[in-house]
Design a binder for this molecule. Structure first.
Ligand code: UDX
Length: 433
């Protein structure tokens, strides 16, 4: 049983902590936000994620997880510390390392008083070079300890929201970036019960693996969306096309689902951060620029189609189903519903919306819409429905009866087209009506 402390109790921190607790370790979660610490202690995760609440209560009861806001307490009770604080985008789309730097500094100061060696692992998504050039020197300077006293590593996280616990416990691979053998062996032993493939590399390569993976996946989606607009115009279905494309082992069938675009806390932010870094060092990145541009085009394209089909959007009552960036989360960050609804409002539509989890988060972001508590009454009260998040409950609406609707436009292939035969239904990526 290893003592592990985790700085930052957000998505990555809490799920990493729970996964390591499941593997039989003793976890101290640290957060500088006392409110977060309080809610975690009471068994409430500070975000919605399937399975997390149950697992948290179980480990709190067993005493294998606890939460604190005191660095000294966390460090004294652990041999390995993960840094899992946020790396948000600043207003220009660059990575803001502020929290990484403050966490490293506080950690370094706490380590000053510890006379045993400590392993520090960066788990936050940070630009290539951050661990080597910023975190490590800062830890050494603030702790006043020799290089041998602190082992530094970088292990990127690849979990998806909505399946975070599953992904943490069954990762495709574990990347351990570090240069000293002692640190590597300790981390390999920590992760070995997962039984996943381990790749050993240096910290900067590990950091780039994370950015390259997310940029590649985002590009795959954007590429499908580009082909999707072509398919619509040519009069064929992009899903039939991608079925054939994905049968090629070199391509794989995953992440080829065309639709209204990608959202979330990772893809838009990471692609943007990487291309800003590239610009800063004079490297051209037309593919990543294109991935973001395509993602901006998709929601506006959906509004264009809606306007063409309805002749005008002025005064049109439009119901948007789904505000979260994907199902099983209350996260609306970079959700494509944000630009879509803003554009609908700009063109004079009257918008009402529904989401089973994300409605209140959405109201903080976009004003001028009516949020409804249930989906079916909303469908009954509008002229046009736009499906934006493929929540399973939207499939259970008795669509066959909703013949009053002028159009149902599906941005995510949420419902079976066969059920929509007697309605005017169009799914993105299918022939334009
Ligand atoms: C992603 C990565 O998958 C994960 O490895 C990384 O650690 C963080 O970013 P996440 O943002 O939780 O995870 O969501 P994901 O399930 O990957 O979906 C991201 C967005 O892409 C969603 O808006 C989703 O609807 C969209 N998407 C995904 C598509 O439009 N088409 C696809 O084929 C796949």
């Amino acid at each position: 049983m290893t003592g592990v402390s985790i700085i930052g109790s957000g998505y990555v921190g809490l799920t990493t902590g729970l996964a390591l607790a499941e593997l039989g370790n003793n976890i101290v979660l640290l957060d500088i936000d006392p409110e977060k610490v309080r809610t975690i202690r009471s068994g409430q995760p500070p975000f919605y994620e399937p399975g997390v609440s149950e697992m948290l209560s179980e480990h709190l009861a067993k005493g294998t997880i606890r939460a604190t806001s005191d660095y000294h307490d966390a460090v004294m009770d652990s041999d390995i510390t993960f840094i899992a604080v946020g790396t948000p985008m600043d207003k220009d789309g660059r990575m803001d390392p502020r929290y990484i730097l403050s966490a490293s500094e506080s950690l370094g100061k706490a380590l000053r008083e510890k006379n045993k060696s400590q392993i520090v692992v960066v788990k936050s998504t940070v630009l290539p070079g951050t661990t080597r050039d910023l975190v490590r020197p800062l830890l050494l300077r603030t702790s006043g300890r020799p290089i041998s006293g602190i082992g530094v590593a970088m292990c990127p996280e690849f979990l998806r929201e909505g399946s975070a616990m599953h992904d943490s416990l069954h990762p495709d691979r574990i990347v351990i970036g570090c240069s000293d053998d002692r640190t590597y062996s300790a981390l390999e032993a920590l992760f070995s019960p997962l039984g996943s493939k381990v790749l050993r590399t240096d910290t900067t390569t590990a950091e780039m693996i994370k950015y390259a993976s997310n940029s590649f996946l985002a590009t795959k989606i954007s590429f499908s969306n580009e082909i999707s607009r072509l398919c619509e115009a040519v009069g064929i279905d992009v899903y039939d096309v991608m079925e054939g494309v994905g049968m090629d082992k070199r391509i794989s069938p995953h992440f080829l689902r065309a639709g209204v675009g990608f959202g979330g806390s990772c893809f838009p932010k990471d692609v943007s951060a990487l291309l800003h870094m590239a610009k800063g060092i004079g490297v051209e990145t037309p593919i990543m620029e294109g991935a973001l541009r395509n993602n901006d085009i998709q929601p506006i394209h959906l509004v264009d189609v809606a306007e063409r089909l309805c002749l005008t959007l002025k005064g049109k009552r439009i119901g948007v189903l789904g505000l979260a960036f994907k199902p099983d989360t209350d996260d609306i960050r970079e959700s494509r519903s944000i630009p879509l609804i803003r554009e609908l409002l700009k063109r004079g539509a009257v918008v009402s919306a529904h989401d089973p989890e994300a409605a209140s988060n959405f109201l903080n972001e976009v004003h001028g819409i009516d949020i409804q508590g249930s989906a079916e009454p909303l469908v009954d009260s509008v002229d046009v429905v736009i499906l934006m998040t493929e929540w399973p409950e939207y499939r259970n609406i008795p669509w066959e009866e909703k013949t009053h609707l002028e159009w149902v436009l599906d941005g995510r292939r949420t419902v079976e087209p066969a059920r929509m035969m007697n309605l005017k239904y169009w799914a993105m990526g299918s022939p334009l009506p």
